[in-house]
Design a protein around this ligand. Sequence first.
Ligand SMILES: Cc1cc2nc3c(=O)[nH]c(=O)nc-3n(C[C@H](O)[C@H](O)[C@H](O)COP(=O)(O)OP(=O)(O)OC[C@H]3O[C@@H](n4cnc5c(N)ncnc54)[C@H](O)[C@@H]3O)c2cc1C
Length: 442
Amino acid sequence: MNHDPKHILIIGGGYVGLYTALRLQRRLRGSLRNGSVRITLVDPQSYMTYQPFLPEAAAGNLSPRHVVAPLRRVLPKVRIVNGRITKLNHDGRTATFEPNEGAAREIGYDIVVMAAGSISRTLPIPGLTDIGIGFKTIGEAIGLRNRVLSQLDVAESTEDEEIRRKALTFVVVGAGFAGVEALAELEDMAKDSTRYYRNIAPEDLRWVLVEATDRVLPEVGPEMGRWTLGELRGRGIDVRLGTRLESCVNGHVVLSDGDTFEADTLVWTAGVKPSPVINATDLPVDERGRVKATTRLTVAGHPDAFTAGDIAGVPDVTNPGQYCAPNAQHAVRQAKVLADNIVRRLRGEELLEYRHKYVGSVAGLGLHEGVANVYGIKLRGLPAWFMHRTYHLSRVPTLNRKVRVVVEWTLALFFKRETISLGEIHRPRDEFRAAVAADRRR
Ligand SMILES: Cc1cc2nc3c(=O)[nH]c(=O)nc-3n(C[C@H](O)[C@H](O)[C@H](O)COP(=O)(O)OP(=O)(O)OC[C@H]3O[C@@H](n4cnc5c(N)ncnc54)[C@H](O)[C@@H]3O)c2cc1C
C-alpha cells in the first residue's frame, strides 16, 4: 500500500455511510492504527436511522432509541463530525463543512464517498408546507405518533363536531413503502387506542390514502399489491387510486377526484429525490439529478470519488438499461462493494462490479399483518409479518440493537402497547415560558 497518509471523507452516515465506514474500519484496521489512513464521516445527526423500523417506532412497538445506531459507538476508529457538507470541490479535493454550531471550514481529502441519500420529493401544492409532514426521520415518525394520539385527545375533549371530525381525519399521500407502512401501523395503533376513549369508536377514525398511480406498494409486485389494496380497504381505509392532492390550505383538503374534506394531519410520502448537496458539487449528475455512478460505484470520470444509495444513479447490471432502485436492499450491498473498492483503490488493484438482482420486498401492515414477495415466494398476513420482523431484525446494525429490539417485541407479547401522546416534548419550553409570563403579570 502507498505510504502517504490517505484521508477518506464519507458524506452521510445513513445506510451507505455507516456500512461503508464499518467495513473500512475492519478491513483497514492496521492502516488506521499506524496512521497511514484516516476516515472522517460527516452527518448532521450523531446516529444512523434504520428507516424500515420507523413505522414500528411511530406505532410504539419500538423505542425511538432502538431504531437508530449511535455512530461514535459503532465506529470508534472513525472521526465523526456533525454538520453538513454544503459544497464539494472535487477537483481541488476539498469539501466545505458547516458544523451544526459555528463557522464553516474546509476539509481536505484524498478519497470521497458521496452518500448523502435523499429527501422527500414535494410539489408546489397550496398549504402543503404548512400542514404536511414527511416520514423519513425518527423526529418525523415520533412527531407523527404524538400527533395522531393527541388528535384523539382533542376529539375526546371537544363538543364541536367539526373540530372532532377534522381531528379524526388523517391523510397519507403516496402509497409506496413508506406511505403504506406508516399508514397501516398508525391506523392499527390509533384503532387500538380508541379502547381508552369513552367517545371515540374505531369507526370514527377516517384514514385516507391518496395515490396518483393505479396501484399500491409496487415494491411487492402487482399480485401482492392488489392483495394489500384489498386488505387496506377491508380495514375501512379510504384508498383513492389515480388521485392527486390539489390543495390543503388550513387543512381543507381538495383532491383531484373532486372530493373535499377537512383534515388536521397530512403525511407526505410521495417519493424521494437526491439530496440537494449534489447541486453544490462539481460531480456529474444524470437526467434524474442523481450522481452519475459507474457499475464499480465510482463517480463517472472520477476514480477517487465513490457513491451509492439513494443519491446515486447506479446502473443495474442484472437489468441492462435500468438503474438500481433507491432502497436499503441495494444500499447495504453497495456499501460492502464500495468499501472493498476503496481498499482495492488504495492497493492499486482492479475494482469490483456491483451486481445484485432485486429479490423482492417485505412490508409490515400493523401488528400481525404483513405482505411479502421475496425470491418469488408470496406471503400475506401473519407469516409475512413474521418474515418482515425476522428479516429486519437480521439487518438492523449491531448485536446490541438486535437484542434490544427482540426484548421490546417480547415484552409486547405480554403487555399492551403504550398509547400515550408526549406531544409536549416538541415544545419543551412552553411550561417555563408560562411560568415567566405569570411572574411578570404579578
Ligand atoms: C419509512 C421508510 C421505510 C423504508 N423501508 C424500506 C424497506 O423496508 N426496505 C428497503 O429496502 N428500503 C426501505 N426504505 C428505503 C431505505 O431506507 C433507503 O433506500 C436507504 O436509507 C438509503 O440509504 P442511503 O445511505 O442512500 O441514505 P440514508 O440512509 O437516508 O442516509 C443519508 C444520510 O446522509 C445525511 N446527509 C444528508 N445531506 C447531508 C449533507 N449535506 N452532509 C452530510 N450528511 C448529509 C443524512 O442525514 C443521512 O443520515 C425505507 C425508507 C423509509 C423512509
